[in-house]
Design a binder for this molecule. Structure first.
Ligand SMILES: C[S@@+](CC[C@H](N)C(=O)[O-])C[C@H]1O[C@@H](n2cnc3c(N)ncnc32)[C@H](O)[C@@H]1O
Length: 258
C-alpha cells in the first residue's frame, strides 16, 4: 500500500493552523475557549461553496511527520510478524487509531487493534505536567471515534472506555506487538507503561507521543514534560532506552522490547 493517504486523509489542517492556534490559545484558554482556526475557515468555505475538505477532523493530535514514523513502525512489527496485537492507550477521536487500522488492513493481517480512553478527557494533572492542559481537556465521545472508523470503511477496534488503571488491568491483550501511548500526563503514561510493558513481546515497538528530549532538540515543543519524566523513571532499570524521533513541530520517541 502506498502511504500518501497520510497526507491526503489527515494532514490538511495542521501546517496552516497549529502555530496560530497555539498563540491564540494563550489568550483564549483561560476564558474556556479553544481556537481551531482551520476548522473555522473550512466551515466558512463549506458554508459559502459547499466544498468539504476532509473526512476526519484532523490536525489536533499528530502531524504528518509523526504519522510517517508511526506508519513505518507499525508496518515493521506486522511485516516481521512480531507476536501479539496492537494497542493505543489514549485514542481520543481515533486519528492515529484510524492510521494504525489502515496499516493492519493493508497487510491483511489477523492482528487486532484495542483502543483505550476515558472519553471524558484528561484526569487531574500534577506539577510535572506543566500548564498545557487541565482536567477534562480533550473530552470527546466514543461516537466520534466510531464515525471516523466508519468514514474510512474500517472495522471498529475493540474500544475500552474508562480510566486506564481500570481498563488496562482488565482488558489488555495477552501479547502486544505495537503500543502507542498517548495519555499526555505523567500518571497516565506511567500506568500505561506499568501494564503494557510486561505484555510487549520481543521486538515489539512502544511509541510514546509527546516525549521531548530538549538535550537532542532544544527547539522541541516540550509542552508535556511529565511524559518524558515518566518514561525515564520507568525505563531507568530496564534494558530498553528511548529513541527520540524527528517529528517536525511535534515530538515523540519509541523503544523496542528486548
Ligand atoms: C492526546 S489525546 C490522544 C490522541 C490520539 N492518540 C490521536 O492521535 O488522535 C489523549 C487522550 O488520552 C485520554 N487519557 C489521558 N489520561 C487518561 C487516563 N488516565 N484514563 C483514560 N483516558 C485518559 C484523554 O481522554 C485523551 O482523549
Amino acid at each position: 500500500m502506498d502511504n500518501f493517504f497520510i497526507t491526503k486523509d489527515f494532514d490538511w489542517q495542521i501546517r496552516r493552523s497549529s502555530h496560530l492556534d497555539r498563540a491564540l490559545n494563550l489568550v483564549a484558554k483561560p476564558f474556556g475557549f479553544r481556537a481551531n482556526t482551520a476548522h473555522f475557515v473550512d466551515e466558512l468555505i463549506h458554508h459559502l461553496s459547499g466544498l468539504s475538505f476532509a473526512s476526519t477532523r484532523s490536525g489536533v493530535s499528530t502531524n504528518v511527520e509523526q504519522r510517517m514514523n508511526m506508519y513505518h513502525l507499525v508496518s515493521q512489527t506486522i511485516a516481521y510478524d512480531i507476536d501479539g496485537d496492537l494497542v493505543e492507550v489514549g485514542c481520543n477521536e481515533g486519528q492515529s487509531a484510524v492510521l494504525i487500522a489502515k496499516i493492519i488492513r493493508s497487510f491483511n493481517s489477523e492482528k487486532k487493534l484495542h483502543v483505550y480512553d476515558s472519553f471524558e478527557g484528561l484526569p487531574a494533572t500534577r506539577t510535572e505536567d506543566g500548564e498545557s492542559y487541565r482536567k477534562g481537556d480533550l473530552a470527546t465521545s466514543e461516537d466520534v471515534l466510531r464515525n471516523n472508523f466508519r468514514i474510512h470503511g474500517l472495522e471498529l477496534p475493540t474500544i475500552h472506555k474508562g480510566w486506564f488503571d481500570q481498563t488496562l488491568s482488565e482488558g489488555l491483550p495477552e501479547k502486544v506487538c505495537f503500543a502507542h501511548l498517548d495519555g499526555d500526563l505523567y500518571e497516565s503514561i506511567m500506568v500505561s507503561l506499568e501494564y503494557v510493558y510486561p505484555r510487549l513481546t520481543p521486538g515489539a515497538i512502544c511509541l510514546i507521543d509527546d516525549y521531548c528530549d530538549t538535550s537532542i532538540n532544544p527547539n522541541g515543543w516540550n509542552h508535556l514534560p511529565g511524559v518524558k519524566e515518566a518514561c525515564d523513571e520507568f525505563l531507568a532499570e530496564k534494558p530498553e532506552q528511548i529513541c527520540y524521533l524527528y517529528s517536525g513541530a511535534f515530538t515523540h520517541g519509541f523503544f523496542r522490547k528486548k
